[in-house]
Unconditional design. Sequence first.
Length: 473
Amino acid sequence: MAKLGVRPYPECSESLSGYLLRLSEVNGLINIQELQSAIGVEKSKINGWGHWSGAQINYLSGPLSDVLGRDANRHISFTLGNSMKRWQFSDRRMFKELVVDFMRVCPGCLASNKRLDWRWCIGTVARCPIHRTPLLDTCPDCGSQLRWDSNIFRGCTTCSKQWSEIDSLPASGTKFSKLEADLIPDENGDIRATSDALDKLCVAILKFARPYDCIYQVLQRIPYSLGHSDLILHVLKEIDNSSRAPRAPEPDFEINARVTDDPHLITREMVEYVRPSRKKWIRNGDLSALRYQADHLGLSEYLGVSKPDLLKVTEADLIQPINSTSIVRDQLFDVREAVKVLSVMPAPADTSGYRLLTVKDKALRSHLCKYGEVLCAVLQGEIPGYFDKGCDMSTVRVREEELSLWLARKFERECDGPVALPAASAAIGCSIEKTKKLVKSGHLALARWQRYVDAIDGPSLYALVSERHRSHD
Ligand SMILES: [Zn+2]
Ligand SMILES: [Zn+2]
């Protein structure tokens, strides 16, 4: 392959993608894709200019060495040296990678030096450390998103407005706060901000971008949204204002359930920060519906019940997911649908004979019953009952008489088979030690050998408890 006409060396702090784009520009090519085909790298092998994987580098290095007439690996490791630091990657962070894929520039820097600084690709950097102006991802003149095109060195990639001609550039701002300064990588690519501070910052960014959501899910990288630097500056200001740890607006679940269509709120929510798979499940393109989406854990927190208790309700199809999967981990719910299910059970005119039941009720344990099972029975009309508040399942009011009968039948059914030792002890209302003594003394029988736990023979438990009830009566 023929060598390129102009073969510059990478410069200090230049990103790999930035170097390739400059190489394209000086050789009259419009972008990196065109450079790739000109030097013989398959287009499909490299896409995305933020993060470079080992495989992508392998595809690039051979052809690039050929057209440069020297070992390109030196250039690649030189440009990637800073931008592949460990702090940029973490699996437990809300954004696994801090490197962004979209173009960000400091027009002031570009006006004096045609070079793309690798730090502009770090999503937690908001401003140019030299000019203190917010990094641009969108043209201030025509409003188009800046692209990875070689005319970026002169001006806007859409309207070609020169950087030096744009007069509406953001003014240099105030001094950097300690956190903002700590987030700017130094010459070696290191930052002073701790890993913990980065984790908290990422949570704050996500919550700031989606203030009304029921759930927050990990994203691979920080997504593009119009004016990304402004978002980061807002979050940094918010953190700075609170002297304590980073604090973001907590989603208010009570308000959530009541909020309907406030267009002002919707414009402040950034749809880019929602996993693409969730967008499939909204109807009529109504993006505000995203904030009501909850996974199993989110819905259980919203309704005030434990995950296993909610599972009883969803497994019985009494609250249905909005997506069609039966894998619990992947199920998505609309909290408004759940609230609807509860609100169709209004309080009766005469509430005498009803009593409050919660997960802690002793009657549940003494009848080998889970709270979620009573919830199902109420929702299915087996026990007359209702929910005081439309979006709260942590308490339910049930009619005593039917509840007692239902619990008695439930206990009888549970005693058909073996009963785990702790559950049996709870049903009797004594300690596990005491239950073991009851077995020794012949008042209870052990179930046939169970694999994991000691278990009591159900019928013997039923006989013991019934006997006790009779003696009480
Ligand atoms: Zn600058
Ligand atoms: Zn423009």
